[in-house]
Design a protein around this ligand. Structure first.
Ligand SMILES: Nc1ncnc2c1ncn2[C@@H]1O[C@H](COP(=O)(O)OP(=O)(O)OP(=O)(O)O)[C@@H](O)[C@H]1O
Ligand SMILES: [Mg+2]
Length: 245
């Protein structure tokens, strides 16, 4: 297949992202693993995105279509539809209140409206993950206390359900027609809509996606509005997980 390199797109995961032209005014994005260690994971992430697209393509929350994938040398790559738009992190400082509440509403009505199922092995799965983290992290007193708190949490409350896995504001593209395209899916160790909401809250409360930018009251106000809207939707979620003890 003939294509022309246009430019590199930035990302932090260590994968290569390129905008390519297929001729005749058509563009696509190629994401490839840098080295063999991430090959298998990028393949899982690509398949997760393809499955999500298949299920949601006619809804206002979808993902770029996976056009093709394969192996090139030691790397896995996949090509996807190029979405013209801004990431939600870029869009947020200029979003109106009604746009913010609309985005939260469509996220909830199109992704998190499914049944969440209790996983009886949740505590074992999470505690194993927390132990692995503890082994690979530079320990300090606040981190030690946080890990102890996480270990004592009853993870059965984190019912299983489909999720994106790394839902930060940088991984959501707002298209000109206000559809939301989810990118950069993660092959997470556990799938729960609560994982997505936790990642979103890291952005909305702690400003993770804006950590390299100066503080902005304008932006903080909008993040707060988004957080309030999510809290309202969460309270109304019909299928909120029920734990019987
Ligand atoms: N299909 C696409 N259409 C338009 N822009 C895209 C597309 N895929 C990626 N991008 C742009 O490239 C950026 C990096 O993409 P992506 O999040 O997949 O990379 P990453 O390196 O895995 O990122 P992360 O920083 O989350 O680890 C996105 O924030 C977005 O701006
Ligand atoms: Mg990303």
């Amino acid at each position: 297949m003939d294509f022309e390199f246009i430019k590199k797109l930035t990302g932090y995961s260590g994968c290569n992202l390129e905008l390519l032209s297929s001729g005749g005014g058509g563009f696509f994005v190629r994401k490839s693993s840098a080295g063999p260690t991430y090959k298998k994971r990028l393949r899982s992430q690509c398949l997760k995105q393809a499955a999500f697209f298949k299920e949601r393509q006619k809804t206002p929350v979808l993902s770029p279509e996976v056009l093709r994938y394969g192996i090139e040398g030691e790397n896995f790559y996949f090509d996807m539809e190029f979405v013209r738009g801004k990431t939600l992190a870029e869009f947020m400082p200029v979003a109106s209140i009604s746009e913010i509440t609309y985005f939260v509403k469509i996220l909830f009505s199109h992704i998190y409206n499914c049944d969440a199922v209790e996983n009886t092995k949740a505590n074992t799965i999470f505690r194993k993950k927390i132990s692995e983290l503890a082994e690979n992290i530079k320990m300090s007193e606040p981190i030690r206390k946080s890990l102890a708190l996480l270990k004592s949490f009853d993870w059965r409350y984190a019912s299983e359900s489909p999720c994106h896995g790394d839902l930060t504001l940088e991984n959501i593209i707002v298209a000109p027609d206000k559809k939301l395209y989810l990118i950069d899916f993660l092959d997470s160790f556990y799938n729960s809509y609560l994982m997505d909401l936790a990642k979103l809250f890291r952005d909305l409360e702690l400003g993770w996606s804006f950590r390299k930018q100066p503080v902005s009251t304008n932006r903080s106000l909008r993040l707060l509005i988004a957080k309030e809207a999510i809290m309202r939707e969460l309270a109304e979620l019909e299928n909120a997980p029920q734990i019987i003890t």
